[in-house]
Design a protein around this ligand. Structure first.
Ligand code: COA
Length: 348
């Protein structure tokens, strides 16, 4: 009997502070018209000095756990997709595991840029289908604002911070990740790169003087890559799931650029009314963009239990990823444990 990983809980965290296109107009040679027409973005949210990636990830995960009626120690594995951790080491996944009270739960961090959430979902599905694990928390969390040069108008206007999380639970009913397509082309790495801080350009005065601690992007090249790869990956994922484009109830793409999303949907034969877009309010939140959009789609009723969803993303690497995911009714709620009584939680 095959095991599937049905999504039984979801949550998100969006920082309160926001940056509007008008905020950029006030000091940069740019305009609301240019930004909105070229990207579809009007607002993005950014953390304050006290907030960290691990806190955003933990807050999104706590919401997902609450919704699923689970606690940290019910989890068998945590996979955290991010390119913007609190530290190079220790792994942020262990920080979040501790914050959730998920004592001794296995945890690892997965770094594939903006495709991280789909890569993590596909990875989680493997652990579930082999029967190794039953409940897996998958998080996409990013705090790109700390690595942006706010004088570089071609990158700083694009990105926002945030986190989203889902919980996959094993079931024998067909659900969860029905198919996935993953890919990578390292020959194009320099088009989206944070050169400083790693082993090639470790922290130094020289690194800072040369601004190597900021994200660098060749927007045109990334745009061309995305419009070439997304439509075909999406079509392949739908075909692999044994479905036709008409069978997809909602397409939830990585929110990087409205024009890129439109092109992917068109190439995959998905009509605009089946595309979920929230880029206007958040910008590109990298690995967090799909789980945040998924939460909003489910909260607003655009996506429902029983729906078949399609995800697609591209990002640093350069990488790409697509998946078809089905969410079904949960078989049974977890048993109400006496350990959930507040007085007894302290002892558990
Ligand atoms: N405001 C006004 N003008 C801007 C600008 C801004 N914020 N940013 C760039 N420009 C200028 C450029 O300097 C250029 O001026 P020039 O012609 O005088 O040299 C002009 O606008 C056109 O630049 P171009 O890069 O060709 O614009 P574009 O239509 O490709 O849009 C991006 C730029 C960055 C919006 C677009 O390339 C893009 O979204 N690429 C994908 C990036 C992405 O998704 N990255 C994340 C990957 S996960």
């Amino acid at each position: 009997m095959k095991n599937y990983g049905n999504i039984v809980g979801w949550g998100k965290f969006i920082p309160e502070k926001s940056l509007t296109n008008e905020d950029f107009e006030a000091y940069l040679d740019t305009s609301d018209e240019w930004i909105y027409a070229r990207t579809g973005i009007r607002v993005r949210h950014v953390v304050n000095q006290e907030e960290q990636t691990s806190q955003m990830a933990a807050d999104a995960a706590k919401e997902a756990l609450r919704m699923a009626g689970l606690r940290g120690h019910d989890l068998d594995l945590i996979i955290l997709a991010t390119s913007s951790p609190d530290y190079l080491t220790p792994p942020i996944s262990s920080q979040v595991q501790h914050a959730l009270g998920a004592k001794k739960t296995a945890a690892f961090t997965l770094v594939t840029g903006c495709t991280g959430f789909i890569y993590a979902l596909a990875t989680a599905q493997q652990f579930i289908s082999t029967g190794a694990y039953k409940r897996i928390l998958v998080i996409g969390a990013e705090l790109i604002s700390r690595w942006l040069d706010y004088n570089d108008r071609s990158t700083c206007i694009l990105f926002g911070d945030g986190a989203g999380a889902v919980i996959l639970e094993a079931t024998e009913k067909q659900s969860g990740v029905m198919s996935f397509v993953l890919g990578s082309d390292g020959s194009k790495a320099e088009h989206l790169i944070l050169p400083g801080g790693g082993s090639k350009h470790p922290p130094s005065h020289e690194m800072l003087e040369n601004n190597l601690h900021y994200l660098k992007m060749n927007g045109n090249e990334v745009f061309r890559f995305a419009t070439r790869i997304l439509g075909s990956s999406l079509r392949e994922a739908i075909r692999e799931a044994g479905l036709e484009p008409e069978d997809i109830d909602l397409f939830i793409p990585h929110q990087a650029n409205q024009r890129i999303i439109d092109s992917a949907a068109r190439q995959a034969g998905l009509p605009p009314e089946k595309v979920f877009i929230n880029i206007e309010n958040y910008g590109n939140t990298s690995a967090a963009s799909i789980p945040i959009a998924l939460c909003e789609a489910l909260e607003s009723g655009r996506a429902k239990i029983g729906d078949t969803l399609a995800f697609v993303a591209f990002g640093a690497g350069l990488t790409w990823a697509a998946a078809v995911v089905k969410i079904i009714e949960r078989e049974e709620q977890p048993r109400k444990s006496i350990w959930k009584l507040p007085i007894l939680r302290w002892f558990s």
